[in-house]
Design a protein. Structure first.
Length: 318
């Protein structure tokens, strides 16, 4: 089978239109604003000021979101769906085969395109040792990661729950559009030789949510706060499956547009950036609780009393 031919067939019919639409919205003026998001350190108070100061700049990128129509998911032909269905017979790694079979049974074919494109050249490294990360708020052990730039997945197979780690990273593989530098709900741009990203908190929380929902993974302590927040963001969607589609098609724009139907663009950006702060400072419980309260208040504005009551129950139980 000619992988290059399959790649370009799928890419041309399904992703080119998305690329053009997204690229058009990322003009040079917007890149200027994103440059200010480079995080220099992990100082909690400095980061609070930094995120607060630059929220208005990031809002400028999505200032017209309320007036934009959502980018539609790709339309696939029958032969393309068949190629996606046959992919599991090409994959050699048994764990990845199981992942893909499960993913295929849980979501729509047009949500599998990025996985199909990335798996062709994915490099997988089984690490002999865990990766220890140090921050001023403490150290933690990283059992795996996915690097879109080199399309490389690293994981520590000797860990007790290595499959859960592998599945989490494979969801990143499945939601990364490397052609236009988008990873799930993370917007990544290169500006002045720096990589700039936004949406990382939401992306990690939602990735782990899907990992548990689809693959019954049990990384019980992984991104707990961000999982809860991503579940609450999902509640603002008229159809929660649309958030799933936006994730797998690396479409932060659609998420902003969806949220802007229930709140202002400023409020939507505010929540996403708050989640980024929580990603870097998970121990700041006070800030986390304030973010929860902020989301509850926004939900209350756009929903009736009974819906808000159920939402508050969800906040307590999730």
């Amino acid at each position: 089978m000619n992988y290059q031919e399959i790649f370009y067939t799928l890419w041309t019919i399904a992703a080119l239109s998305v690329e053009l639409q997204v690229t058009k919205r990322l003009n040079e003026e917007n890149k200027y604003y994103l440059n200010k998001y480079k995080i220099q350190d992990y100082n909690r108070e400095k980061d609070k000021l930094k995120f607060r100061k630059y929220k208005n700049d990031f809002i400028d990128i999505f200032k017209d979101a309320e007036e934009l129509s959502k980018i539609k998911h790709p339309i696939l032909k029958g032969e393309d769906i068949q190629k996606l269905n046959n992919l599991e017979y090409i994959i050699e790694n048994e764990d990845i085969i199981k992942f893909y079979q499960t993913l295929k049974s849980q979501t729509e074919p047009y949500n599998l395109i990025n996985f199909y494109n990335n798996i062709q050249t994915l490099k997988i490294n089984n690490q002999e040792e865990t990766i220890k990360k140090e921050t001023p708020e403490g150290s933690y052990v990283e059992l795996g990661n996915y690097i879109p730039l080199s399309n490389t997945l690293n994981y520590f197979k000797s860990s007790q729950n290595y499959k859960e780690t592998l599945y989490h990273e494979l969801l990143h593989v499945a939601s990364t559009n490397r052609k236009i530098n988008l990873n799930g709900f993370i917007l990544i741009l290169t500006y002045d030789h720096n990589l700039i990203s936004i949406g990382r908190g939401l992306n990690e929380g939602y990735t782990e949510t899907l990992c548990k929902r689809f693959l019954k993974a049990d990384n019980s302590k992984t991104y707990l706060k961000l999982q809860k927040l991503s579940n609450l963001i999902e509640s603002f969607y008229s159809n929660p499956k649309d958030m799933e589609t936006d994730y797998f098609n690396a479409n932060l724009y659609n998420l902003i547009i969806e949220l802007s139907q229930k709140m202002t663009v400023e409020e939507a950006i505010d929540i996403i950036i708050d989640m980024d702060y929580i990603y870097y400072h998970p121990q700041d419980y006070s800030f986390y609780k304030k973010t929860i309260s902020k989301i509850i208040n926004l939900y209350q504005k756009s929903h009736n009393q009974e819906e808000t009551k159920n939402f508050k129950i969800k906040v307590k139980t999730k």
